[in-house]
Design a protein around this ligand. Structure first.
Ligand SMILES: Nc1ncnc2c1ncn2[C@@H]1O[C@H](COP(=O)(O)OP(=O)(O)OP(=O)(O)O)[C@@H](O)[C@H]1O
Length: 271
């Protein structure tokens, strides 16, 4: 079933500081939704609200028409999988045991893994390029391998809605592309924070641009990634052209912007 996510007027304040300020949007179906924005813009806070880690002061989040806080723990875990930004310790567990945790919402803590479960776990590890790593202690994997194992855990969960906080942050460039392509192929509703704007442009169907706790812009990469928007939200000078392969925005950065206008900077560079 295609999930519909509807976020209305989300507000979250800490010590009188508005960290999320009237955020509203709808994700109307399957696809890759990228949350972008500068450091401290509120991207992770927004995702934490979506997976019920934070309870906002006001506003609502509906999943398939029902407030997420009215779902039982188990039914929410069946529908929603999360790959957090922080890599958990889980030192004593093998990598396959960590991936198997994704099955818990479907069968409970104590049920042993069936032969079919083991096939699913091995397939998920292979999907993320970790074939043969199942017996290795999770704690001994590299940062990028851990991140991919946590994505495999989310895959075996078979969620309707997958939330990932910076899934590419520990990955080399090849795995950044492979993991995002894999997430896109899942054909479910995926929302992830991402700092690489060119990757977001190439692989996300829609972008949500956060700035200072507010949703500054949303829409297709071409609608959101404009030179003017990048200058005003990130304070960087860019030239944005269609990518020669896929036609979506390709951002070239100018260095040493230092608060001058984009056109001043470009004139200087072209001299
Ligand atoms: N629990 C909290 N208590 C107080 N302040 C918080 C809390 N969580 C987040 N913040 C603050 O809220 C702001 C937004 O944080 P958040 O992690 O959502 O930003 P972000 O856009 O994900 O940033 P980054 O790109 O650096 O990961 C930051 O200034 C952060 O310090």
């Amino acid at each position: 079933m295609t999930p519909a996510i509807e976020v209305s007027n989300l507000c979250w304040r800490v010590a009188e500081r508005p960290l999320l300020d009237g955020v509203s949007f709808a994700l109307s179906g399957n696809g890759m939704y990228g949350v972008i924005g500068p450091n401290g813009a509120g991207k992770s806070s927004l995702l934490r609200c979506l997976y019920r880690f934070i309870r906002p002061d006001s506003g609502t989040i509906l999943l398939n028409g029902q407030d997420i806080h009215l779902y039982s723990r188990r039914s929410f875990a069946r529908a929603v999988a999360v790959v957090p930004q922080e890599l958990p310790a889980l030192f004593d567990l093998s990598t396959e045991a960590v991936v198997a945790m994704g099955l818990i919402p479907h069968k409970g803590w104590l049920a042993a893994d069936s032969a079919a479960d083991k096939v699913n776990i091995a397939a998920a590890l292979a999907e993320v390029g970790l074939e043969g790593y199942g017996r290795q202690p999770f704690g001994k994997l590299s940062g990028g391998e851990k991140q991919r194992a946590l994505i495999a855990r989310a895959l075996v969960q078979k969620p309707q809605f997958l939330i990932l906080d910076e899934p590419t942050s520990h990955l080399d460039v090849r795995f950044q592309i492979e993991v995002l392509e894999l997430l896109k192929r899942l054909d479910i509703c995926v929302i992830c924070t991402i700092h690489d704007l060119n990757l977001a442009s190439a692989l996300c169907d829609e972008l949500l641009l956060m700035s200072r706790g507010r949703l500054e812009a949303s829409g297709s990469p071409a609608e959101v990634l404009t030179e003017t928007m990048l200058a005003s939200v990130f304070g960087v000078c860019t030239t944005v052209k269609p990518h020669p392969q896929h036609g979506r925005p390709l951002i070239h950065y100018y260095y040493g912007y230092n608060g001058r206008t984009a056109s001043q900077e470009k004139e200087e560079v072209s001299l």
